[in-house]
Each structure stands twice: as structure tokens, then as C-alpha cells.
Design a protein around this ligand. Structure first.
Ligand code: 13P
Length: 280
């Protein structure tokens, strides 16, 4: 069933786990993620980032994501990831997304807070939740920008929460989008300080390549939403390649099945690590 992200993250706070937010680019990925959620009786979030709309237009993939969430057996929030423009964020809300992110992490804190507050006002009309980001997570969602990591200052998180009342806050603790060149060393000292000084659910971007132990440690220290994008795309691609190599693809619908299988395996693996199984 389609739900607001606020409810999912409030439950995750009570249950001390994190909800996986899986980026999708097509129907096959949506089906794979929801198959894993159903099998494991897990809540999940389906998301797409504004930079990906070149390949998957919002007016097409958006209604598909919302319809799939409505038909799902477990609670599913539909989230607009890394919203850059109020125009596209509003379009996502019109389509029925139950959560939107405004990413003003590149802006001075004051400007980031101002636009976040504007987005919160708009989202309120739709009953949707809002995520923001402070500090800079490395790279960019589609790898087109080489943004340096700039860890979040805990005092900024305290101010941001109290002045905006945002529903979820993405922080930078040494994490980056895309495949890491070496295993990241997350700044748990920063995470713990932000967690102690705020009550807002925290979000970890750049989930691909973070170790299972670090995921668990994050989920026990305030991280309630974990974004996974590259791992989904890579697993789908690799599963298709493996199926071709094993001569298991004979015709288009085998190819489609392999894509669903890849998205399913990736979502299942992460749901189990995050401890979201059985939480629907
Ligand atoms: P990865 O591509 O590293 O999994 O990051 C996903 C993300 O944070 C999307 O917002």
C-alpha cells in the first residue's frame, strides 16, 4: 500500500532499523524491489532522482511507481530523490509521490533552509514528507559531477531541524554516490553527535559499497533511510550478463525476467542487512 515516508521512518525509529530506499529506472526494477519486499514482509521506499529523468521521464515512471506502491502488499513510500527544482518537485507531488527531497546541500545554509521551508509548505498541501541535505555527500547521483565530500557540522543539523521542521535529513559523514574507490571510512563520531543532538530521522546517501557492519552501525545511530542506487543498476546489469553467459536468455521476456531478478536480489540483500524484514 502507498504510504507517507514519515510513517515508515517513525516506525524505523521505534524499531531501531533503517528502511531501504531503492532507486528505480523502469518497471522491471520496480517489480524486483516489490517482490523482495513482499517475500520478506518489509516496508520499502521506491525513488527516482531528478537527474535520471532524462532516461525515465517523470510523467511516465512516476505514475507507474505510485500505481505499483498502491498495489503492493507491504507499505511503500514513493520518493522524489535529489530534487533540484521546485517545478519538478511539484510535478512529482501532483503525480502522487508521498515524499520529496529538496537538495540544497550546495547552497549556503540560510538559502538551503529558505527553499526547504518553501518546499515543506508546498508538500503540506499534498500530505507529503520532505527530506533535505546538509554538508556534501561526494559525487552526484548519476556520476556526472565530482562533488567533494564535506562532512555535516552537527550544529548546522541542530539549526536546520529546529528552523525548518524537515521530516528527514541527509547528512554527510564520508559517504559518496557511486562505487567507492576504496572502502569508505565513515565518521561515526559526527553521526553520533548529530543523532544525540537532533530527533529527526537521518538519511544515508551513497549506500553502494558501504559494508554490512557499517550499515548496521548507522541504523543503530539515527540513520533511518538508506539510499541504494548504483548497486541496483549494477546488479541488474550483471544478472543480465550472467544469464546470457549461462545461455539462459532466449528471447526478450527472458531478458526482462533477468532484470527483475537482479533488482529483486539486490533489494533482498539490503533489506536483510538493514533489518527491515518482518517490519511491514
Ligand atoms: P549509490 O549510487 O552510491 O547507491 O547512492 C544512492 C543515493 O544516495 C541516491 O540518492
Amino acid at each position: 500500500m502507498l504510504v507517507n515516508m514519515r510513517e515508515l521512518l517513525a516506525d524505523a525509529q521505534k524499531g531501531n532499523y533503517a528502511v531501504g530506499s531503492f532507486s528505480v529506472a523502469n518497471m522491471e526494477m520496480v517489480l524486483g524491489v516489490l517482490q523482495a519486499a513482499k517475500e520478506l514482509n518489509a516496508p520499502v521506499i521506491l525513488q527516482i532522482a531528478e537527474v535520471r529523468l532524462k532516461q525515465s521521464p517523470l510523467e511516465l515512471i512516476g505514475p507507474l511507481m505510485v500505481a505499483a506502491a498502491k498495489n503492493a502488499d507491504t507499505p511503500v513510500a514513493v520518493h522524489f530523490d535529489h530534487g533540484k527544482t521546485v517545478e519538478k518537485i511539484t510535478q512529482a507531488l501532483e503525480i502522487g509521490f508521498t515524499s520529496v527531497m529538496f537538495d540544497g546541500s550546495h547552497l549556503p545554509l540560510e538559502e538551503n533552509m529558505e527553499t526547504t521551508k518553501r518546499v515543506i509548505e508546498i508538500a503540506k498541501k499534498y500530505g507529503a514528507s520532505v527530506e533535505a541535505e546538509i554538508g556534501c555527500v561526494g559525487g552526484s547521483e548519476d556520476g556526472s559531477e565530482d562533488i567533494a565530500i564535506n562532512c555535516t557540522k552537527p550544529e548546522d543539523a541542530v539549526r536546520f531541524e529546529s528552523e525548518t521542521g524537515v521530516d528527514a535529513l541527509a547528512i554527510a559523514i564520508g559517504n559518496a554516490h557511486g562505487n567507492y574507490k576504496s572502502t569508505p571510512k565513515l565518521r561515526f563520531d559526527i553521526l553520533q553527535e548529530v543523532d544525540e543532538r537532533t530527533s529527526v530521522p537521518l538519511v544515508l546517501h551513497g549506500g553502494t559499497g558501504i559494508t554490512p557492519d557499517d550499515f548496521v552501525k548507522c541504523s543503530h545511530n539515527g540513520i533511518k533511510k538508506i539510499n541504494i542506487a548504483t548497486a541496483t543498476f549494477d546488479t541488474v546489469e550483471n544478472t543480465v550478463r550472467r544469464c546470457y553467459n549461462e545461455n539462459n536468455i532466449n528471447g526478450y521476456y527472458d531478458l526482462q525476467g533477468a532484470e527483475v531478478q537482479g533488482a529483486y536480489e539486490n533489494a533482498k540483500k539490503h533489506i536483510l542487512i538493514f533489518g527491515t524484514d518482518g517490519k511491514a
